[in-house]
Ligand binder design. Sequence first.
Ligand SMILES: Nc1ncnc2c1ncn2[C@@H]1O[C@H](COP(=O)(O)OP(=O)(O)OP(=O)(O)O)[C@@H](O)[C@H]1O
Ligand SMILES: [Mg+2]
Length: 456
Amino acid sequence: MTTEELLHWTDDVVFTKTGKRLDSVQTAILEGAWQRLKYEEIARTCHRSKSHVKNIASELWQTISDVLGEDINKMNVRSILERKALSNIYNNNGSQIVGYINSHINICSEKRQDAEDTKERSPFPPDSPQNQSPIIDLTDAPELTSFYDRTSELSTLKQWILQAHTRLITVYGLSGIGKSAIALKLIEQIQTEFDYIIWLSLTNTPTLLSLQTELKQFFGRSPQPPLPTIIDYFRSSRCLVILDDVQNIFSSSQLAGQYLTGYEDYGKFFKQIATSSHQSCLILLSWEKPREITALEALNRPARTLHLKGLGEQAAEIIREKGLADEEKWSDLIAFYQGHPSWLNIIAATIWELFDGSVSLFLADGTDLFLGDLEPLLESHLERLSDSEKKAFYWLASQDDAVDISHAPADSELSRSQLWQAIQSLARRGLVQKMLVGGRSQFQINPVFKEYIQSK
Ligand SMILES: Nc1ncnc2c1ncn2[C@@H]1O[C@H](COP(=O)(O)OP(=O)(O)OP(=O)(O)O)[C@@H](O)[C@H]1O
Ligand SMILES: [Mg+2]
């Protein structure tokens, strides 16, 4: 949403609950917070003292928190309001809030371009509700705080969904790499192409039956008569379903993407989504790639996988947002921590705690990679590995360079086929990367994990 639309929306919501409109200082505070201005800068724009602006702001955050029932502060205000505005579309189904969202889609030039790019996706009959407002439920979605870049990943996903009509997409990658964030951004950009959008988290490992019941209840909110199966809804309407935290239905201590006992029917469900004819899309967000996806892709079925990696140089925006010093050293910091947004956020906090924000001092020694608070995150990936993966991982960590695995290495405890299978599985978790050296594939372990294993 644009700032103006969000302001209107917030003003209306506050007015409905309190009977009072936002005044000019409150409006300036909201706008300033969204542009990540300091209170001092906001105070200058509205010609008030900093302490006055801080007092008004703290009352404002309290008012909006009471109105929306969530803890609002300067850092999270925009993302929470945007999320609330979007999910209210679902609750209000056709209220004026929808107008704000739709006008946003039409206003932004980037979004106009999206609409033009997606003209191909119009195989719907003239009476299809294509231009109506989608029914959206993002209740299960996490909050989207700041978001930078991902331009090329977003355009790949849009191309797959809107032009190639891909029915099953898996976005996999390490914890905190930004899978949920990119999916939320994607919804913002393509929502008018769908009739229904719902986000469901598998954190509490729902059975397939209870997931399908929840989906049917959501689709059943429309005035149309209820349909017997999810695929029927997927055929009759354009549904976008995002399943988050999918790794929770996979087993630990086994190769990647193997279902927990009692959850194997998810695999059949995913396969059915990919192979049946319909006009909808299911997106899986996971730490690991489900096994059947590789087979479906190999058979040229409409299933695609995106391995989400770090942010690259754009991660500098995260460092800027954290207010760290020594900009000339930021690219080193980004390279060490692979542009991984969560890792950089955590390390930025450490740099403040230990070096008052000085990146140069943090990197002064330049030898060992500091892990600190990253260790529990790294461990949560390692504890999911099977025995053969652990052996292969430790063996890779002991190698100085990337290795060619075409011949069984003499110093590995695994046979050639065990090693291949383990490395394939580690790659499906994004823990091992393949590179071409002199035209030959070589494998190496993620350097941050290598440091972790060597330090243990
Ligand atoms: N593109 C981005 N720009 C800025 N910050 C980002 C971006 N992507 C992610 N982040 C930051 O990283 C944090 C983690 O992102 P997110 O929750 O999307 O990761 P995830 O891959 O879904 O992790 P998990 O698998 O643990 O759910 C976010 O809270 C956000 O602060
Ligand atoms: Mg997530």
